[in-house]
Design a protein around this ligand. Structure first.
Ligand code: FMN
Length: 369
C-alpha cells in the first residue's frame, strides 16, 4: 500500500519536501497519546529473542535508524514509535548552518537509491542540546548523537569544533558518533587519516569524559565506503589502540558503481553521496574487513544498502552487532521496521544460533578457517 502511495504522491514531489511532510506526520502522530500507543503496538512488536546488548546498552533489537533523517532531534519518539530499536540523530555541528543550496536530495527510484549533498543542514549543537535537555520521552529509546564539523570552521580548528559539540551533547547521548565520512563537507573525509583521526578521537573522548564524569559515554567513528582497504585496516587498528567502543560502516559513497537502472543523467550525474541498494556490496565488504581485524573487541554497526531482513541478517553474520538503515525507509515506508524484525526473528529461529549475539560474525569467522 505504501508503494502505491509513494508512486502516486511522494514520487511526484520534491524529495526534500516529501521528507519534511512525512516527518511532520510522524511527529504529529507521536504527539497523540492514543494514536502513539496504537502505532507502537502495531509497528513495533517485540521479539524477546532479538533483544540486543551492545555498547553496554540494552535494546529491544539490533535495528536502528541511521543518522541524517532526524538531524535536529525533533522526532525521536515518532521514530521509536515506528519500530526503530535505536535512533541516531544528527549530524550536528558546532554552529548552526543551512547546508548546501537546494535541490540537494535526489531519488534514483529504479536503482532504489538516493544521492544527497545536504551538507549538514542543522540547528547547531547548542540548540540541539537544549532540545534534548527539555525532552520528555514517551518511549525509552536508545539515542545516538552523531557530530560533525561546521563547514565555516577551518580544517585546523576542526578538533575544537567537534569538542564543543561533544561537550554540549554527550550528557544526552547513549552513544556518541564522530562522523568523518560525509562527502558533502569539504576536507571532512581527510580526517579519516590516522594522523588526523588520532588527536580528534582522543580530544572527543576527553571532552565526553569531562562533560559526563559519572558515565562513560560510548564513542564510535563512522567511516566512508570509499576508504582503501589499507585505510579501513588502519582505522580498525587505531580504534583498538584508542579503546574506541565502535565503528559504523558505512556512510554514503562518492562512487557511482551499481547504478544501472536509472536512465536520467540529470539524476545519476548529481554530486553527493550515494546511498541505498548500490552501496550494499561495498558496505558489507568494509564490515567484513573490520570484523576480521577487530573481532568482537569493538562493536561494529552495519549500514549501507540494507533493504530487508535478509540484508540485516547477512550484516549480522558478517560481524555487525547493530544494523541501521535510511534509504530503504524512504522506499518501503512505515511497515518496513516491522517486516525486518519479523524476518530477523524467523532467520534466527531457523539458524543454528541460540541468540543473535552468537550469530554476530559467524560467516566471517567461517570464511577465515
Ligand atoms: C538524505 C541523507 C542524509 C544523510 N545525512 C547524514 C548525516 O547527516 N550524517 C551521517 O553520518 N550520515 C548521513 N547519511 C548517511 C546515512 O546515515 C547512511 O550511512 C547511508 O545513507 C547508508 O545507508 P542506507 O543505504 O541505508 O541509506 C545521510 C543519508 C541520506 C540519504
Amino acid at each position: 500500500m505504501y508503494q502505491v502511495f509513494f508512486r502516486l504522491f511522494f514520487r511526484r514531489m520534491d524529495p526534500e519536501r516529501a521528507h519534511r511532510l512525512a516527518f511532520g506526520w510522524i511527529r504529529l502522530a507521536a504527539r497523540v497519546p492514543g494514536l502513539r500507543a496504537l502505532a507502537f503496538a502495531v509497528l513495533a512488536p517485540r521479539y524477546p529473542r532479538l533483544r540486543t546488548r551492545a555498547l553496554g546498552l540494552t535494546m529491544p533489537g539490533p535495528f536502528g535508524l541511521a543518522a541524517g533523517f532526524d538531524k535536529n532531534a525533533t522526532g525521536i519518539d515518532g521514530l521509536a514509535m515506528l519500530g526503530f530499536d535505536h535512533v541516531e540523530i544528527g549530524t550536528v555541528t558546532g554552529r548552526a548552518q543551512p547546508g548546501n543550496p537546494t535541490p540537494r536530495l535526489f531519488r534514483l527510484v529504479p536503482d532504489r537509491a538516493l544521492i544527497n549533498r545536504m551538507g549538514f543542514n542543522n540547528d547547531g549543537s547548542a540548540a540541539v542540546a537544549a532540545r534534548l535537555a527539555a525532552r520528555r520521552p514517551a518511549f525509552r529509546t536508545t539515542l545516538g548523537v552523531n557530530i560533525g564539523k561546521t563547514k565555516a570552521v577551518p580544517e585546523q580548528d576542526a578538533v575544537a569544533d567537534y569538542v564543543t559539540s561533544a561537550e554540549r551533547l554527550a550528557a544526552h547521548a547513549d552513544y556518541l558518533v564522530v562522523n568523518v565520512s560525509s562527502p558533502n563537507t569539504p576536507g571532512l573525509r581527510d580526517l579519516q587519516a590516522t594522523s588526523a583521526l588520532r588527536p580528534l578521537l582522543t580530544a572527543v573522548r576527553e571532552a565526553a569524559d569531562r562533560a559526563v564524569p559519572d558515565r562513560r559515554v560510548p564513542l564510535l567513528v563512522k567511516i566512508a565506503p570509499d576508504l582503501a582497504d589499507e585505510d579501513v585496516d588502519a582505522v580498525a587498528d587505531l580504534a583498538l589502540e584508542l579503546g574506541l567502543d565502535g565503528i559504523i560502516a558505512t556512510n554514503t559513497t562518492i562512487a557511482r558503481e551499481g547504478l544501472g537502472l536509472t536512465a536520467a543523467p540529470d539524476l545519476t550525474g548529481q554530486t553527493g553521496g550515494l546511498s541505498g541498494a548500490p552501496l550494499k556490496d561495498r558496505s558489507i565488504e568494509v564490515l567484513r574487513r573490520l570484523y576480521e581485524r577487530v573481532g568482537d573487541r569493538i562493536t561494529l554497526v552495519g549500514v549501507g544498502g540494507i533493504e530487508d531482513a535478509e540484508d540485516a541478517w547477512r550484516r549480522i553474520l558478517a560481524g555487525a552487532s547493530l544494523v541501521q538503515g535510511y534509504s530503504a525507509f524512504i522506499y518501503r515506508g512505515p511497515l518496513w521496521m516491522r517486516a525486518v524484525h519479523k524476518g530477523l526473528a524467523a532467520r534466527l529461529d531457523a539458524s543454528p544460533y541460540a541468540t543473535l549475539a552468537d550469530a554476530v560474525g559467524a560467516d566471517t569467522r567461517k570464511a577465515a578457517v
